[in-house]
Design a binder for this molecule. Structure first.
Ligand code: SF4
Length: 278
């Protein structure tokens, strides 16, 4: 079976969440928050800039009235000013293209069978002779960079990219994650000095962490069918209700088109030829 990093992260959030999104392929209507839309917009700009495409004057999208969006625009322009002149990486190898790696073969009866991992890294770069995953993140100024970097360093997300990169470029040493943080600060702070929003953290990832991640992924895949629900994710302070709350706990059907709509969780992979070293 093919499994993406996004599907594994959905399972990690809650097995029922993964089933609803990846098997039943339904999602809450208008589920994208303002923060998600802003993050997605910044990601697209950063991906283009990693390809060497100038942002120009950088037009704002629909949320252009927001001071937050205007502030982020200034931060992104500062990113271009800094990194179009001098980059910490010596070469950009790839920007937002899917990679794949077969992490299990054979079909003993107790296994789910072959497992082929897929993921789309933000960018793969070379730094000091090693390969690094350059991961873009927009981060609210109220959040601690140190804690955030710590959470990224041991995340399954980053180990997945390590597995994919080592499979694709076995001849190269794998360094880890180059965490490219753009902080979401106030417009006033950005007008004063926008480069203060830019952070780069180097998070090494070693072989032991990668092997452990493979074990965790295979365990997850083998438990996709179990009906367990992670109730701690139903309502989270600061995040609000899970989009499937009504379906799980209030008797609303996922087929109810007034609340839920069809989802294509693997939309990003459509139309791509996946790079593999197989
Ligand atoms: S509401 Fe709770 S049980 Fe249902 S999918 Fe969300 S986190 Fe899982």
């Amino acid at each position: 079976m093919k499994v993406t990093g996004s599907e594994l992260l959905a399972f990690d959030r809650c097995p029922e969440f993964r089933r609803n999104l990846w098997e039943k392929r339904r999602q809450k209507q208008h589920s994208e928050s303002e923060a998600q839309a802003l993050g997605k917009w910044a990601h697209e700009i950063l991906a283009n800039m990693m390809k060497g495409i100038s942002p120009g004057q950088l037009e704002l999208p629909w949320f252009s009235q927001l001071a937050k969006a205007r502030a982020l625009r200034l931060a992104l322009l500062a990113w271009w000013d800094r990194y179009s002149v001098s980059t910490p990486w010596s070469e950009v190898i790839l920007v937002e293209e899917p990679l794949t790696a077969q992490i299990r073969t054979g079909r003993p009866p107790e296994w789910a069978g072959d497992v082929i991992l897929q993921g789309i890294p933000d960018a793969m770069v070379l730094w000091q002779g090693a390969l690094w995953h350059c991961q873009h993140k927009t981060l609210d100024q109220s959040q601690s960079v140190e804690n955030f970097a710590c959470s990224v360093a041991q995340s399954l997300h980053e180990s997945i990219y390590a597995i994919l990169a080592k499979n694709r470029w076995p001849e190269l040493r794998y360094g880890g994650t180059m965490l490219n943080i753009v902080r979401k600060m106030s417009e006033g702070a950005m007008l004063e000095n926008a480069s203060r929003a830019l952070w780069l953290e180097f998070l090494p990832i070693g072989d032991r962490q990668i092997e452990r991640a493979k074990d965790d992924i295979l365990w997850m895949v083998d438990h996709f069918d179990e009906p367990w629900r992670r109730r701690s994710g139903c309502v989270e302070v600061g995040r609000g209700k899970c989009p499937y709350y009504e379906a799980c706990w209030e008797g609303i059907s996922l087929s109810d088109d007034s609340i839920y709509e069809d989802a294509i969780p693997d939309e990003r992979y459509v139309g791509y030829v996946v790079r593999s070293n197989a």
